[in-house]
Each structure stands twice: as C-alpha cells, then as structure tokens.
Design a protein around this ligand. Structure first.
Ligand SMILES: [Zn+2]
Length: 187
C-alpha cells in the first residue's frame, strides 16, 4: 500500500478536496469510523468531480463499471507505488536498491479500499444496489488483476496483510574467518 504517514499535527483539519490529498488519506487504514466516513465523503466528492469533468458529460445514473475502470486508471497518474515492468532488474523486489524508470501507480490496497468506500457511498446516496457500478463484475476482475500484477512486480503478497518479519542480518559464509592475520576476500 501507499502508506504515507501523516504527521499528527496536520491531521486535525484536513478539508482539502483535491485528488493529491486523497492519496495519503486513502492509504491510512484507520479503523476510526469518523475518519472512514470523512474519507468516504471525500472520495465521493472526488468521483462526482470526475463525472462533472468527464467528456462527454456523464451522469451518475448512466455510470457503468467501465466508467469506474476509467476512473481508476485516471487515478494512476497520482499513484506513488512503483510497479516494475518485467524488463526491470528489480521486478519482484519489494525493496529495490536503486531507482529505476518504471511507472508509479496506485497501490492495489488503496484502490480496493477506495472502491469499497465508493460502493457504500453510492447506495447511501440513493443508488440501487443492483445498479451499483462499483460492485460491477468488471471492477472486481480489474482489482484482482491489479493485485496479481503488483504482487508479482513488487514481490509482495497481498493475500496476507500481516507484516513481514525483518530480513535476517547478512551472514558471512561459514568458511570465512575474521582475523587480523587473514585476508578472506582474497581467497
Ligand atoms: Zn523497476
């Protein structure tokens, strides 16, 4: 996930509604309901704004799963998660040691949480469950695809959400003895 820690001090009165602001908050998987509610409202406003700016114009009632996918792809330009291409030497590395030119995307976890909130917001705003574009099969398939792709590209399993244990400290091969009278690396 795109976890971007928010300093406690700036956390109290966020009322910006722009997209860039959405990203860090979307990633903060807080369980405090009010926070979820305000994030949901913000996401809903963002989607409404997206519809208003859509060319050709698009109303909520005509919005389909395909439009939701369009929205998710549009959000990728604001993503902060490096997703390696198969050509990249860091493909499959969760913590690459150097920069690479691979694209930044929205992390799967952020998209998944976003869709969950928008799906709820749609029905809370009078939408019919059977017409909910955020619950469309195409959206589910797309999220599954993104999860697959990102878990392979980034070497991170998204199936289990627990934290990985830290890697063991590097160990010298057992035949290498450290000593003043020894130059192990010259063989
Ligand atoms: Zn890369």
């Amino acid at each position: 996930m795109d976890i971007i820690p928010t300093p406690e001090s700036s956390d109290s009165s966020q009322n910006a509604t722009n997209l860039m602001d959405m990203v860090p908050a979307a990633a903060a998987s807080s369980s405090v309901p009010s926070r979820y509610e305000s994030q949901k409202r913000r996401d809903w406003n963002t989607f409404g704004q997206y519809l208003r700016n859509h060319r050709p114009p698009l109303s909520l009632s005509r919005c389909s799963g395909a439009h939701v996918l369009e929205f998710l792809r549009y959000l990728d330009q604001f993503g902060k998660t490096k997703v390696h291409t198969q050509m990249c030497p860091f493909y499959g590395h969760p913590n690459p040691p150097a920069p690479c030119p691979c694209p930044l995307r929205q992390a799967w976890g952020s998209l998944d949480a976003l869709i969950g909130r928008l799906r709820a917001a749609f029905e809370e705003n009078g939408g019919k469950p059977e017409a909910n574009p955020f619950g469309a099969r195409a959206v589910r398939l797309y999220l599954r695809e993104v999860r697959e792709l990102q878990s392979k590209a980034r070497g991170i399993s998204y199936e289990k959400k627990r934290k990985r244990p830290p890697p063991p400290p590097p160990q010298l091969p057992s035949h290498v003895q450290l000593g003043d009278d020894h130059k192990p690396f010259l063989g």
